[in-house]
Design a protein around this ligand. Structure first.
Ligand SMILES: Cc1cc2nc3c(=O)[nH]c(=O)nc-3n(C[C@H](O)[C@H](O)[C@H](O)COP(=O)(O)O)c2cc1C
Length: 214
């Protein structure tokens, strides 16, 4: 038997990514997101338009995608409910968001220069994808405040132990992306950490114990 339902979210499981984008003052903003997929050397990203990241990318197309290893989950969760934008929607405020201009410091992550732009990449990320936004389109209608961003990947930097066969492949057995499934974190198919995003969204708690920084 199946039932026709209207779930609050349709987040079936996608990799968590930290986006580096350039703030107006030249500093790097970091933003966790997970509506991301790749086709060839194009990355498609889905973001709410109120994010500082989108405001930055509309003006300055340089971008780095820092992919997330499960070892980084505590650091990532520390900035789950932070925004680089001083203005915030009521919905975001109600979910517990706060303004934070330095998310590297807030997360406890380390900066490194990028090769193609003035952006900082994340040292702890085993994979950094540098490139540019080539198109931004509204999605879901004018009231959704959502957009898709099309990124051209121009530089791929990968930790050596994840590489196989003449550096042309990333080893799928060794690369274990942190996955966000219905606002909860998963690694290797198992729950990985207590998710602040899930708390913000008031998701029903999972009936198992998972670690957290609390
Ligand atoms: C694990 C995780 C996944 C997220 N995925 C997305 C996403 O795919 N799209 C989006 O717009 N926001 C997503 N968010 C929320 C953003 O992080 C949030 O909008 C934040 O304000 C962005 O930072 P910024 O305002 O400094 O750009 C996610 C948050 C977390 C913790």
């Amino acid at each position: 038997m199946k039932r026709t339902v209207e779930p609050k979210v349709l987040y079936f499981g996608t990799p968590v990514v930290l986006i580096s984008s350039l703030n107006p003052d030249g500093t790097t903003n970091l933003a966790p997101m997970s509506s991301a997929w790749w086709l060839g050397y194009t990355a498609m990203l889905g973001m709410g338009t109120s994010a500082q990241t989108v405001k930055n990318l509309v003006e300055r197309p340089e971008i780095v995608l820092n992919l997330i290893d499960p070892d980084m989950v505590a650091a990532l969760d520390r900035i789950a409910l932070l925004t680089g934008s001083r203005e915030m929607s009521d919905a975001k405020r109600a979910r517990g968001y706060r303004y934070e201009p330095d998310k590297f410091a807030a997360a406890g992550l380390t900066r490194e220069p990028s090769e193609l732009s003035d952006l900082h990449s994340v040292v702890e990320s085993p994979i950094n994808l540098e490139g540019r936004i080539e198109a931004i389109n509204e999605i879901g209608g004018p009231d959704s405040h959502l957009c898709s961003l099309e990124m051209k990947v121009e530089r791929v930097r990968v930790r050596e132990d994840l590489l196989m066969s003449n550096d042309r492949y990333i080893d799928p057995l060794r690369w274990d992306p942190l996955i966000m499934k219905f606002t909860e974190y998963f690694a290797g198919g198992s729950p990985a950490y207590a998710s602040s995003l899930a708390r913000g969204w008031q998701m029903p708690p999972m009936p198992i114990a998972v670690g957290s920084g609390d």
